[in-house]
Design a protein around this ligand. Sequence first.
Ligand code: MD6
Ligand code: FE
Length: 177
Amino acid sequence: MVGDLRDVAAKAPLRRYETPGGKKMSVRMSAAGKVGWVTDRAGYRYDSLQPDGEAWPEIPIAMLDVWSTISGVDRAPDSCLVNFYGEGSKMGLHQDRDEVDLDWPVVSISLGDDALFRIGQVTRGGPTQSIWLNSGDVAVLSGAARLAYHGIDRIRFGSSSLLPDGGRINVTMRVAG
Ligand code: MD6
Ligand code: FE
């Protein structure tokens, strides 16, 4: 999978996007599939083109196989987001709600360094639970959890030897449009 993701990153470089509020994200992002998730001052969205105008590469078969095995749905994902966390990267609590139909599950695969994943409620505030995601873990947000707020508080940089220079990759597959 790491080799597949290097191929994806060769065609769709990891980029540090700006949030609509003008903050640079600490996570670097790429994507594969018919559409990719992007953000800039204009907002969060799925786009059929990269910021440089190129199409996104295809979703690697190994990722699609995980989706088929795990998702429980009989439709292929049309987007695969690739998030790279270097030392100190984190991701604030958010909902995944830029997809057209919010009933399809989201399946994620964690690779590399351990990450502290926090998940709460479908509204902001309220109790949250934290769990360490380790390399090879697969997480699914579906059903009542599909719109739960979630994020990554921190990674344990260097905890895995999967990536020679450390860091964490999280891949999420979705039916976006
Ligand atoms: C991460 N994950 O693990 C961030 N979203 O780096 C997500 O934002 C996420 O793990 C939707 C479904 C599963 C996830
Ligand atoms: Fe998410």
